[in-house]
Design a protein around this ligand. Structure first.
Ligand code: ADP
Ligand code: MG
Ligand code: MG
Length: 250
């Protein structure tokens, strides 16, 4: 599904990613953990095509197709989803209407016709029921006055509707209360299938009490320095990140 080989990336003259290798197959959930400043959010942004970073070496491909030359929207249309893709507040545009437009844009980019209105309604109903999102929420203005939990709900709803091949959820370190964690975890667990893959980026182990990853990777100083199963997350919870630092600096 997603293949990253020897990825190096910089911003200005500062190298942030220093040779990342990661293979994510369909049906898998990967967690990327690591201390603050390790490069987790940078990695997510680069996969999604953020042009503020310069990829100096290596490659990223989706189902064998090199993503290097593709703009962020093109990557999105091919099935790359990054949380917080649409953080803007759009007064007067509801959660549902925004989603309608996004879906039809994706279809257009892939040479399909607009989704018929009744099919769209059915999809919205299905996905909102699956995620226990109520109608009132769907008619609210996008992101306007959304709480942390509501932003998460919207994000997971977008993921459910767009059915990405690879979803990258960057649970940026602080500020996620237990409700928001549950919304994310519940969404991920319900949307997981053998046709998609999910990468959850998290500083804390607690999210992984609700989402059980198949693989856990530790990113430190721009490199994946350790990979393992879900037990690695527990080990990190117990021991913190200092032992990783000590190992790396020894
Ligand atoms: P994490 O998500 O693991 O906390 P980040 O990817 O946000 O780490 O940051 C990795 C490193 O890259 C940090 O040292 C950060 O200061 C630096 N960095 C990230 N984005 C930028 C940027 N736009 N400009 C300058 N430095 C950046
Ligand atoms: Mg950070
Ligand atoms: Mg981050």
């Amino acid at each position: 599904m997603l293949s990253i080989k020897n990825l190096h990336a910089s911003i200005g003259d500062k190298e942030i990613l220093k040779g990342i290798n990661l293979e994510v197959k369909a049906g898998e959930i990967h967690a990327i953990m690591g201390p603050n400043g390790a490069g987790k959010s940078t990695l997510a942004s680069i996969i999604a095509g953020n042009e503020n970073y310069e990829v100096t070496e290596g490659e990223i491909s989706l189902e064998g197709e090199d993503l290097a030359e593709l703009a962020p929207e093109e990557r999105a249309h091919k099935g790359v989803f990054l949380s917080f893709q649409y953080p803007v507040e759009i007064p007067g545009v509801s959660v549902t209407n925004f989603m309608r437009t996004a879906i039809n844009e994706t279809r257009k980019a892939n040479g399909q016709d607009e989704m018929p209105a009744n099919e769209m309604l059915k999809l919205i109903r299905e996905k909102s029921e699956l995620l226990e999102i109520d109608r009132k929420f769907l008619s609210r203005s996008l992101n306007e006055g959304f709480s942390g939990g509501e932003k998460k709900r919207n994000e997971i709803f977008q993921m459910a509707m767009l059915e990405p091949k690879i979803a990258i959820l960057d649970e940026t370190d602080s500020g996620l209360d237990i409700d928001a964690l549950r919304i994310v975890a519940n969404g991920v667990n319900k949307l997981k299938s053998d046709k998609n893959a999910i990468v959850v980026i998290t500083h804390y182990q607690r999210l992984l009490d609700y989402i059980v990853p198949d693989f856990v990777h530790v990113l430190y100083n721009g490199k994946i320095v350790k990979s393992g199963g879900k037990e690695l997350a527990h080990e990190l919870e117990e021991k913190g990140y200092d032992w990783i630092k000590q190992e790396q600096e020894a």
